[in-house]
Ligand binder design. Structure first.
Ligand code: LLP
Length: 418
């Protein structure tokens, strides 16, 4: 569900005409609906109300500070993966007690800052990492809480680039090693191993792998209890799939109904880390047609946005719906929608049926609110695009379009080239 809808053949975001934004902001740009973001957060909250989990928005999916702020204002915490994301959350005054930190490669500076600011949990992914956190905690004279990210070794039916919960992947620690760690946790003087964490992959549309992983952990928690080892938190990660095309993902309610019985039995405080579920369909990418090219074999709509702005189709062969911002005619032609970047992989959609469009017409690449802007780059010396948020009939630029001067401001010509 989202709030990008046609009114009289023109695409609106909530009550704001998208073409008006394009006129004022220029193209391309990302556009987020405040209402959709909050609706998605509320859906999860409501579905899980019975166990009142801490919902930590996966900042990696959309790191815009206005987006984080909007969600934090409604009670969300943050799931972060780097010092940069931590600094954003702290700058926005997200309570450190609502911040969880996962990453297989936490850097020392980020670990030190996270300890200093008193985050809720480090989700630890290896023994050497645990040792470094312990050493830093000792230096800071603090006791820190960690959860062990378990690799439950379950297959999640999703793109192999975004499946994370099998032993073929770099993530987490296997169950046996986790058990060993918990048994000898006293060896880590400044750490309290107080939780377990899983995240088995992303864009998972079927609850079965989630349920299997959760059941495994619940069984494990029971085994630990029998040994007298108690923990407090169970972070079940993110990964809920959304509709890009014709997927039929579990709803938040289905998901909740399936897993609450298991979660409740543990008596643990539950943490969730949704990213895509909240941001994915709350954002679109708006781009302008530059040229229509017909080589006699195929027709191409060449647009001003490229793979550097939205890389999901190129990287994962991901499907994003593409809609005309103004429906000009009902007659459709089949086109490939491609960007200006010098790579054949630079496309948004292939063989799409779209009304005949002319130079200057606008297209909306849908479901682009998660893993869109955050994965953009400056490839081909293309400045990063603007980000805009709509609330009702108002819109605001929440990230300015990058300027050429900003693009080159850290580059230097060394003396030996002068
Ligand atoms: N928690 C952890 C530990 C994660 O690694 C991730 C995502 C999430 C939560 C949030 O997952 P979500 O609810 O958004 O599925 N760039 C890829 C997705 C990579 C996901 C990485 N981890 C894409 O565009 O599909």
């Amino acid at each position: 569900m989202h709030d990008f809808k046609y009114k009289k053949n023109e695409l609106f975001c909530e009550n704001t005409r998208i073409s008006t934004i394009a006129q004022q902001v220029g193209t391309p740009f990302y556009l987020y609906s405040y209402k959709t973001l909050i609706d998605h957060l509320t859906k999860i909250k409501k579905a899980f109300v019975e166990i009142d989990p801490l919902i930590c928005f996966a900042v990696k999916s959309n790191g815009n500070m206005a987006v984080i702020k909007a969600l934090a204002n409604k009670g969300a915490g943050c799931d972060i993966v780097s010092g940069g994301e931590l600094k954003k959350a702290l700058k926005l005054k997200v309570s450190p007690k609502k911040i969880v930190f996962a990453s297989v490669g936490k850097k020392e500076e980020a670990i030190a800052l996270a300890i200093k600011s008193g985050i809720l949990l480090f989700n630890v992914e290896s023994v050497p990492e645990l040792e470094v956190i312990n050493a830093f905690a000792k230096k800071a004279d603090k006791k820190v809480q960690v959860a062990i990210r378990i690799n439950p070794d379950v297959e999640a039916a999703t793109h192999h680039f975004i499946t994370t919960g099998t032993l073929k992947n770099k993530f987490g620690i296997d169950l046996q090693s986790t058990r060993d760690l918990l048994r000898r946790q006293k060896a880590y003087s400044h750490i309290e191993i107080n939780g377990l964490h899983i995240h088995i992959g992303s864009q998972i549309v079927n609850s079965t792998p989630f349920i299997n992983a959760i059941k495994k952990v619940v069984g494990f928690v029971n085994d630990l209890r029998q040994e007298g080892i108690e923990i407090k938190y169970f972070d079940i990660g993110g990964g809920l799939g959304i509709i890009y095309k014709d997927e039929k993902p579990q709803t938040a309610e289905d998901f909740a109904q399936n897993i609450i019985p298991y979660l409740k039995k543990t008596g643990l405080k539950i943490i969730m880390e949704p990213g895509r579920f909240i941001a994915g369909n709350a954002g679109i990418f708006v781009t302008k047609v530059l040229y229509l090219k017909d080589n006699g074999f195929k027709k191409f709509l060449i647009v001003d946005g490229g793979m550097n702005d939205l890389i999901r189709p190129s990287l994962y062969n991901a499907y994003h719906d593409i809609l005309p911002v103004k429906k000009t005619s009902s007659k459709k032609i089949t086109v490939d929608v491609v960007g200006p970047v010098c790579e054949s992989g630079d496309y948004f959609g292939k063989e799409r049926a779209l009304p005949k469009m002319v130079r200057g017409d606008l297209l909306a690449v849908m479901s682009a609110g998660a893993y869109g802007y955050v994965m953009s780059s400056n490839y081909n010396a293309r400045p990063r695009v603007a980000e805009v948020m709509v609330k009702g009939n108002k819109f605001a630029i929440i990230n300015e379009r990058e300027k050429f001067n900003e693009l080159i401001k850290r580059e230097r010509i060394p003396d030996f080239l002068k």
